[in-house]
Ligand binder design. Structure first.
Ligand code: SF4
Ligand code: SF4
Length: 432
């Protein structure tokens, strides 16, 4: 397989970031790390892919190593996954090794995972490649190993549903159609896509599954997390709450995973910037550009229930508007790093999700949507350019969009049908 073929298959980071895989692999790292550190509470899709399709994932891993010339491959996986670790260890040898890591959040953050598996710290503002590493998610490697256009997505469906599961669905299917295959146990409920910590509260269940969607989590409408998500939905709310209630205790900073890795992220400073300046004359700390948006400061660390992550995002936006960059200085690990890791079990307690079944076996759904809407911006970079027009007949796997730049990807039909609509955002296909 070649780098160009990876682009033509439409493979992008399936863990959520959506960076085009061919760009990441067009490099010369000494190490490739498989990100099997799935750490969002209630998510299980990567473990299910490994358990059910481990050979394909390993094929993809070896292809990624060959393409880049990496000397070493490391599989970073939580130590609690004994069965998957045994399975992987029985299949790998030579320059590939399995590295068991603690069950902490956010172990799946690239920078955190690189430290946990190699001891190297990516400098602020730099890419993993600066320390010789490239990180690829389990499902991304599965897609490489499959060597077929990416037209389906594995997602975890969890929370207030009778039978949580991992399902493989066509790209472009609506959330509502996926959820119609599950019995929801909360009368009044909302849906969070992507994960409890880093996801998005969905206001429209006609939105569709993309190559980046990793989960649909159903929550009762009065759940603690939903109250938190809704309280901080605007910059103005973040600003007012920071001015009124932050006591500058700094717990948010002291537990921030990037701060503990020596990055200049200071959510408590972001809160102070909101406290002591007017909304129209804001201060900002450019070091907050290094925030990975893990949401730990807001959903776990702050004893006052405030939104330091929201304040940090305001700092990031302001810094980007001023074209500020990071120094790239070599970071120093915080001496308390080891002691301030947040166990996922404690995080689940704090989020009040221990009542939900924490499992997600792979389940075959009989899903045949009559209509899919394929977004043209599923990846970072520029959107795909449509190569079909209304009325065209297409078959599953047919190309319907081409890469519009080097940082872009090909798109494919996920069902047989007729192209009903083409806009600059998406292509609608209806089954014939
Ligand atoms: S945002 Fe919360 S944790 Fe951070 S300094 Fe203010 S009160 Fe403390
Ligand atoms: S979201 Fe909060 S805890 Fe996470 S990296 Fe950003 S500032 Fe740190």
């Amino acid at each position: 397989m070649t780098i160009k073929e990876i682009q033509n298959l439409g493979i992008i980071g399936a863990g959520g970031a959506g960076f085009p895989t061919h760009v990441k692999l067009n490099s010369n790292p000494d190490t490739i790390i498989m990100n099997a550190a799935e750490c969002e509470p209630l998510l299980h899709k990567d473990m299910q892919i490994l358990r059910n399709h481990g050979d394909v994932v390993l094929d993809g891993f070896k292809i990624a190593m060959q393409l880049t010339g990496a000397r070493e491959g490391i599989i970073g996986i939580k130590e609690k996954h004994h069965e998957e670790i045994r399975l992987l260890e029985s299949k790998v040898s030579g320059n590939i090794r399995v590295q068991a890591i603690d069950d902490v959040y956010p172990a799946g953050d690239e920078v955190t995972l690189i430290y946990m598996t190699t001891g190297r710290i990516v400098p602020p503002g730099a890419l993993p490649l600066s320390v010789g590493c490239v990180v690829q998610n389990v499902e991304t490697l599965y897609n490489i190993g499959m060597n077929k256009p990416v037209v389906t997505k594995f997602i975890s469906v969890a929370g207030a549903v009778e039978e949580p599961a991992t399902v493989e669905v066509p790209v472009g299917i609506s959330y509502a159609e996926v959820l119609s295959h599950f019995k929801i146990t909360a009368e009044e409920h909302v849906v969070r896509s992507g994960g409890l910590m880093m996801g998005v509260l969905e206001h429209d269940l006609n939105n569709v599954v993309s190559k980046r969607t990793s989960a649909l989590i159903v929550l009762p409408a009065d759940h603690h997390c939903v109250t938190m998500y809704r309280r901080f939905s605007t910059d103005h709310a973040v600003d007012i709450i920071a001015k009124a209630a932050c006591d500058q205790c700094s717990f948010c900073t002291e537990l921030c995973p990037r701060y503990l890795l020596g990055h200049p992220v200071r959510p408590e400073l972001a809160m102070r910037n909101r406290m002591f300046t007017r909304e129209d004359e804001p201060l900002m700390n450019p070091g907050n550009l290094s925030c990975c948006e893990c949401n730990l400061c807001t959903m776990y660390a702050c004893p006052e229930g405030l939104d330091p992550k929201g304040a940090t995002l305001i700092d990031k936006r302001l810094a980007r508007a001023e074209k500020r960059t990071m120094s790239g200085e070599k970071p120093m690990l915080h001496p308390m790093f080891e002691y301030r890791q947040v166990p996922v079990a404690k995080l689940k307690q704090r989020l009040d999700v221990t009542k939900f079944r924490d499992e997600g076996p792979l389940k075959q759904l009989n899903v045949h949507p009559n209509r899919v809407r394929i977004p043209l911006r599923q990846h970072a970079g520029t959107p795909a350019r449509p190569t079909v027009k209304e009325g065209d007949r297409v078959k599953i796997y047919d190309q319907i969009g081409e890469a519009s730049s080097e940082i872009s990807c090909t798109m494919h039909a996920s069902i047989d049908g007729v192209v009903k609509k083409v806009t600059e955002d998406e292509i609608t296909i209806e089954r014939m």
